[in-house]
Ligand binder design. Structure first.
Ligand code: SAM
Length: 418
């Protein structure tokens, strides 16, 4: 495709994404379905440019005020991720001069807001939580997330998968904390590799793997993944249980649970029972009350720990939406807790970095449920043989941050029923 046609398409994509009325990843996928002729490099240039604009929207919009032509084209040129040669061939002489002038600007002198690229309410919350670490977090959020894999320990060993990937030209190294994880260099396409189609690996952030390790799920147990979605954590739980016992995957969204089916088929698991529930107080929960060994509540949340992957969320979330989510989180956690038998373990987790969705929900639960004892996350991680467990916690909870741990931002609290 001619470079200018590619920049025009990027301009069109940005126009759709910057309306911020739908998730960016869904819009990018829909755009690619409409433009099936695009090759992998072209798709990469389009998607990465759009994401670069979302990550530093205020910064790019500030500089795009100068120059001529459509605003989204100026944004595409400023944030271009498809190589210098394409940019040179696409931009006219006036645009080239403008780009050179903009790129020479002293970024360090810009107002703070244009350097952190966060809405005020979120910047305030993160500064309060992190103090001096706010800027290292901002820096990490301006980068794409690494590509992590979870080895399906039911079918394969980490070293063998690493060797097989290496033979296919994909460099990967064990993740620092999760004993199941491999971190891949770059972003190679993996879904055609045999190691993937055979079900030996799934793409999963190391942080998500650690949430599953916190449950301590074992052979022969009865386990519930309460908010299973497309089953990323269900698959890890099933493998940890060595395909024995009974693992219920609940979710209110049948559409999300449907996506679990092909993944289950690949995984070789036969101990998983997916079930759509109407709401958190569904009759199914009553029937299983007091019978379950482990419950994972991977609660619906703002997703603000995943800003490296979903930078649009910072512009699409609001304090009011967070409040509504908090009410839902309290309700789901309280209902899911009823499932546990005495001695059973409950894990509440989010991919949010906000105390409102994390510590506040966990503390309210602890106060209201005297029959649940807090199990310090460091103990649960150590039992699961996670190295350097003490570096992954804050107080009694797991607290993962992109700039500290190279994972998404995650929170988890753990209790045992007395
Ligand atoms: C963070 S996502 C789960 C991601 C999933 N565990 C994974 O690892 O891929 C939260 C899920 O909670 C589900 N959910 C929302 N309200 C719920 C409720 N009342 N009861 C159970 N699940 C609910 C959503 O449909 C969504 O799939």
């Amino acid at each position: 495709m001619h470079p200018n046609a590619l920049v025009d398409l990027t301009t069109e994509l940005l126009r759709a994404i910057l309306r911020l009325d739908a998730p960016a990843d869904a819009l990018v996928s829909a755009f690619f379905r409409q433009h099936r002729n695009l090759g992998p490099r072209e798709r990469h240039a389009l998607a990465e440019t759009a994401y670069a604009v979302l990550r530093r929207r205020l910064f790019y919009q500030h500089f795009a005020q100068s120059g001529h032509g459509a605003l989204e084209r100026r944004l595409a040129l400023l944030a271009w991720q498809g190589g210098e040669a394409v940019l040179r061939a696409a931009a006219g002489p006036h645009e080239q001069a403008w780009l050179a002038q903009v790129k020479a600007a002293d970024v360090s002198a810009l107002p703070e807001k244009l350097r952190h690229n966060l809405p005020d309410w979120l910047a305030g919350a993160l500064k309060a939580a992190l103090g001096d670490e706010f800027w290292p977090l901002v820096e990490s959020l301006s980068q794409p997330a690494p590509l992590d894999l979870r080895v399906n320990v039911l079918k394969a060993k980490v070293e063998a998968v690493q060797a097989e990937l290496g033979a296919a030209g994909v460099e990967a190294a064990p993740t620092p904390y999760s004993p199941w994880g491999l971190r891949v260099q770059g972003k190679p396409a993996l879904n055609k590799l045999e190691v993937f189609t055979r079900g030996d690996v799934e793409v999963q952030d190391e942080g998500s793997q650690l949430l599953v390790l916190l449950t301590g799920a074992k052979r022969g147990e009865m386990v519930v993944d309460f908010c299973a979605g497309a089953g990323g954590k269900t698959l890890a739980l099933g493998a940890a249980m060595r395909n024995t016992g009974r693992l219920y995957a609940f979710d209110v969204s049948g559409h999300r649970l449907d996506k679990l089916k092909p993944r289950l088929a690949r995984s070789g698991l036969s101990n998983v029972y997916p079930a759509q529930i109407a709401h958190e107080r569904d009759d199914r929960i009553k029937r299983l009350a007091g019978k379950v060994d482990r419950v994972l509540v991977d609660a619906p949340c703002s997703g603000l720990g995943t800003l490296r992957r979903n930078p649009d969320l910072k512009w699409r979330q609001s304090p009011q939406a967070v409040q509504e989510l908090q009410a839902k989180q309290h309700a789901i956690l309280a209902s899911a807790a009823r499932l546990l038998k005495s001695g059973g373990r409950l894990v509440y987790a989010t991919c949010s970095v906000l105390p409102e969705e994390n510590e506040q929900v966990a503390e309210a639960f602890t106060q209201a449920h005297r029959d649940f004892r807090v199990l310090p996350a460091v103990e649960a991680l150590t039992q699961a043989k996670v190295p350097q467990a003490e570096t992954l916690v804050s107080g009694d909870s797991l607290r993962l941050w992109p700039h500290r741990h190279a994972t998404d931002g995650f929170f988890a609290a753990v209790w045992e029923r007395t």
